[in-house]
Design a binder for this molecule. Sequence first.
Ligand SMILES: [Cu+2]
Length: 114
Amino acid sequence: MSGRIAPAVCAVVLGTAIGAGVGAGIAWAAAEHEVVQKHRSFRPGEITVAAGDSIAFLNDDFYDHNVYSETPGSTFNTGVQTRGETTRVTLDQPGTVEVLCKIHPKMKLIVTVE
Ligand SMILES: [Cu+2]
């Protein structure tokens, strides 16, 4: 082999490192996801994120919104957001998080935190 590592060996080593990292709950690089509030609804209406990721809630609507969650372990309240405002929320607890708007009861976002 004269000092070189075969590609197949590299792939196995990399795969093992990633597997160990996930198993230990290590956050590699927390991602940010965007959810837009438009026409009195969340877009998208469902999103899957990794624990430790953040969601940027952008109000791109003609109305004020007030995003919140009362899901145990993932409670938050952005307060009233006016048009053009973005508020970031970090979700650390794996599970299903129900996100609602205090101003518009029909608005609902389901976040799956893995
Ligand atoms: Cu709203």
